[in-house]
Design a protein around this ligand. Structure first.
Ligand code: SF4
Length: 369
């Protein structure tokens, strides 16, 4: 792992990646968008701001986002990551991760007098609200997602008696519902778009009156990152995805690259995991990163690939993103009371010059917290 002694975990501009023409045509295609999404950016910022404002330690339930580097860096700054709320000392401050928690976790935290900062991504909260609404209307809710993933556990916890998890197309045949006329599907936010649609098609064959959720549950960031990989993969001999093994959206990017025509695809946490033998006889390497990956880890990979002769970098831009979520309300209030600015102006300028070019579709969400 490359050391970054005083790095900021905030995203970096995507527009200033160094590029030098390669005499033999070897090049890197750099997917845009990639890396940090608005929900991850907000969650990491919440822990950093909490550490600055309240001082260490600040407890964090589960990994704040699924990225080893982020978790290790925040740990060095005084965050203490725990698996369960019961591990947090009575009355201490705890941040809930971007993946969300079930109501039972909130209840337990309140009963132990914990001071909570809820960094659940607003787009995950949206899915929780759908679950609550459909459970209130007595639907059977089919939650397409991966059993055991924190986000799925949190959503399940909203209405466990109404929700069953469908892990993918292979599980459709074993689904049973009380009333086929009253069944709805919702999903985890970080799934493969194509596989989820296949699952929904199969579910609808079994339950023709299956109701769709009112809006996409697979979030804009997941869709945009997969879209960029789909566009570049057919031109790539190899695709490198920077992201951790427990990052659902990073793992999906490897699958999407292979399904979309890349010769090979590898996921790495760090640049030094990359092996030169992966590139024997190759000319074009695709590069992207999951939604929980700071841009500096991508820069490390660009540097390493440059050492192998891939010095020319071309952006493959399929969408622009200009989305930002406000910090959790109680943290904002405490920042204001302490005379700190609760807004996050550094985020606004992160929009890449490349993605501002004409003809690139923008998908914007209004911040809601
Ligand atoms: S991947 Fe999507 S749902 Fe998850 S934190 Fe990012 S924006 Fe939110």
């Amino acid at each position: 792992m490359t050391e970054h002694p005083a790095i900021s975990l905030a995203g970096a501009s995507a527009s200033d990646v160094p590029s030098t023409p390669s005499p033999d045509g070897r090049k890197i295609l750099l997917a845009t968008p990639r890396g940090y999404c608005a929900g991850v950016d907000r969650a990491v910022d919440a822990v950093e701001k909490a550490l600055e404002l309240y001082g260490a330690p600040v407890y964090v339930r589960k990994e704040i986002v699924h990225n080893k580097f982020v978790v290790e860096t925040l740990s060095k700054r005084g965050a203490i990551f725990v698996s369960e709320t019961s591990e947090v000392p009575q009355g201490a401050r705890v941040v809930f991760s971007a993946h969300g928690v079930s109501p039972a976790v909130h209840t337990e935290a309140a009963s132990r007098g914990l001071l909570t900062i809820d960094a659940t991504c607003p787009l995950v909260t949206k899915v929780h609200k759908q679950a609550v609404r459909y459970a209130g209307e007595d639907y059977d809710i089919l939650l397409i997602g991966h059993s055991g993933h924190e986000e799925v556990e949190g959503t399940m916890g909203e209405a466990p008696e109404h929700i069953q998890v469908v892990n993918g197309p292979e599980e459709v045949d074993s689904v049973t519902v009380r009333d086929p006329a009253k069944v709805v599907w919702i999903s985890q936010t970080t799934l493969s778009v194509d596989e989820t649609l296949r699952t929904v098609d199969l579910l609808r064959e079994r339950f023709p009156q299956l109701q769709d959720p009112p809006s996409d549950d697979i979030c804009y960031a997941t869709q945009n990152r997969q879209g960029a990989v789909k566009a570049m993969a057919p031109s790539c001999d190899v695709v490198i995805v920077v992201g951790s093994a427990n990052s659902s959206n990073s793992v999906r990017l490897v699958e999407v690259a292979l399904e979309s025509g890349a010769g090979a695809a590898y996921r790495v946490d760090w640049a030094d995991e990359i092996k030169e033998e992966w590139f024997s006889g190759t000319r074009t390497i695709g590069l992207t990163s999951g939604a929980s990956v700071p841009e500096l880890l991508v820069r490390d990979v660009v540097d390493r690939l440059g050492n192998f002769g891939y010095t020319q970098v071309e952006l493959v831009t399929t969408a622009s993103e200009d989305i930002q979520f406000s910090l959790p309300k109680n943290l904002r209030a405490d920042l204001k009371a302490a005379g700190e600015h609760p807004d996050r102006p550094h985020k606004v300028r992160e929009r890449s010059a490349a993605s501002e070019s004409e003809g690139v579709p923008e998908r914007a969400y209004v911040e809601r917290s």
